[in-house]
Design a binder for this molecule. Structure first.
Ligand code: ADP
Length: 452
């Protein structure tokens, strides 16, 4: 199976377009530092740098039972979190599907649905005592301007949500109202971004945890910032010298100053429900990687470089080529690329593929995946440069299927960090904090409740 000259040329061009050289990475990191500074100075910056009102670190000795809700990913999750002390926890959780119809309906319907899920969860798993009252941590993984630990106005929707009547409103008030309407005896004690939840969940186990990062449906990060550097802070005296800042880094470089945006990314952005927004997220996260790869594949078909010029209704349709398929294709080490063949012919319904076709598709996936990992590393590097703690031992708590399952993702990120900072970054530990945000929201609810 040999590539034709035309195929080889097309791949060479693609390699150049998707390359993130060390030098390019450095300029992305520099831009990250600048945008972080801007976000800390004023409200409304591209990288929002939102003070989370979470100060101090858990010790791992705290005890108590709390509820947590997690909205913003693929599922709605309701959890009961038991903090047992000695860094031990037990969790009961249940997942509920949020339909596409609900994602674009009125916010009141969504809140009623969430309240019904909590009600059902408590009926099944809650205490039998009738007067049992719970404190709940609400993980709401969208950009929110927080005004208190349990107050915050939605800035905008991301990740395919677009409910009406929510932007600019306090999401805690709306959900708490739904609990009241349905006589559910739960107080929302904390509004928590999923990155902050991920950070706190791992910090309960290991106090050296310094960042919380998501590489899932979307991407975002938070870290401990020194109070004096949060220049825009107007929330008054704080008992601690540091606060967790939710970066909302998905919006990084919406102005397209530095990121290597290809025609395939531009097409994805133009056809998305939020063009010109979340540009960084669109290069990195699970919701988009498959679509970028699909755009490349379809373009190759149009240029008669793949599948003998044949496509399929499945492949022609937006969002059909899932990021998980890319993982399977990259993992496919069989000599005839049998798994790749299965995905292309039996799932995407391409009439027939040659081994050369499958090799090209695999290469396309690798290029999109490698670029995602390297650009992700630039975000981590931006935080490290900003805080100046390169070379210090540090734990980065990471959650999300892209990090957990995408082949070589962690390895490729680390390699990029080593190019940028040398072996000093070997003291940085990536820790998988799977489903940490539920536990973390319970921990923040505990901290808020105890501080009352
Ligand atoms: P969420 O971020 O929604 O809480 P996940 O962390 O599971 O949940 O992320 C879901 C995203 O991960 C989806 O966009 C999906 O395309 C992607 N994904 C799921 N499985 C895999 C996989 N095996 N490899 C890469 N990406 C995956």
């Amino acid at each position: 199976a040999h590539l034709t000259d035309l195929q080889q040329d097309a791949l060479n061009t693609l390699i150049k377009e998707f390359d993130v050289s060390t030098e390019k990475a450095r300029s992305i990191v520099k831009q990250f530092e600048e945008e972080m500074d801007k976000g800390l100075m004023r409200y409304g910056a591209t990288v929002a740098m939102i003070p989370s009102y979470v100060t101090g670190r858990p010790t791992g000795q705290e005890k108590g039972t709390y509820l947590a809700l997690d909205l913003g990913g693929t599922n709605l999750r309701v959890c009961q979190v038991n903090l047992e002390g000695n860094s031990q926890v037990s969790i009961r959780q249940q997942k509920y599907t949020v339909s596409d119809a609900l994602k674009s309906s009125d916010m009141r319907h969504l809140c009623d649905f969430i309240a019904d899920c909590v009600d059902q969860f408590l009926t099944e798993h809650g205490s039998q005592a009738l007067d049992q009252h719970y404190h709940l941590g609400f993980t709401f993984s969208f950009p929110v301007q927080q005004t208190a630990i349990n107050r915050g106005n939605l800035i905008q929707w991301t990740k395919g949500f677009c409910c009406t009547g929510a932007i600019g409103k306090d999401v805690v008030v709306m959900l708490q109202d739904a609990f009241h309407r349905k006589h559910i005896n739960v107080t929302i004690a904390a509004l928590v971004n999923d990155t902050v939840g991920t950070l706190m969940a791992y910090a309960y186990k290991d106090p050296a945890t310094f960042m919380g990062v998501i590489f899932g449906t979307g991407t975002n990060a938070c870290y401990y910032e020194k109070m004096p550097r949060i220049a825009k802070w107007e929330g008054g005296e704080v008992a601690f010298d540091e606060m967790v800042v939710n970066m909302e880094w998905g919006a990084f470089d919406n102005e397209r100053r530095v990121l290597p945006i290809t025609q395939y990314d531009a097409k994805l952005d133009r056809e998305s429900i939020n063009p010109h927004q979340q540009i960084y997220e669109k290069l990195i996260s699970g919701m988009y990687l498959g679509e970028i790869a699909r755009n490349v594949i379809v373009n190759f078909i149009d240029r008669n470089l793949l599948f003998n010029n044949f496509s399929s209704p499945e492949l022609n349709k937006q969002w059909t080529f899932e990021t998980a398929y890319m993982s399977s294709i990259e993992e496919d080490e069989t000599s005839d690329l049998a798994e790749t063949q299965h995905i292309l012919e039996s799932i995407m319904m391409i009439p027939s593929t040659t081994l050369t076709d499958r090799k090209i598709v695999k290469k396309i996936c690798q290029l999109v995946g490698l670029r995602a990992a390297r650009i992700s590393a630039c975000g981590l590097a931006g935080i490290m440069s900003h805080t100046g703690n390169i070379g210090e031992p540090m734990v980065i708590a990471i959650d999300g299927s892209v990090y957990e399952f995408y082949p070589h993702f962690a390895e490729n990120m680390r390699a990029c960090l080593v190019e940028l900072f040398g072996d000093a970054v070997n003291k940085v530990k990536f820790a998988l904090a799977r489903d940490g945000s539920g536990l973390g929201a319970g921990i923040v609810a505990m901290m808020a409740h105890k501080a009352e």
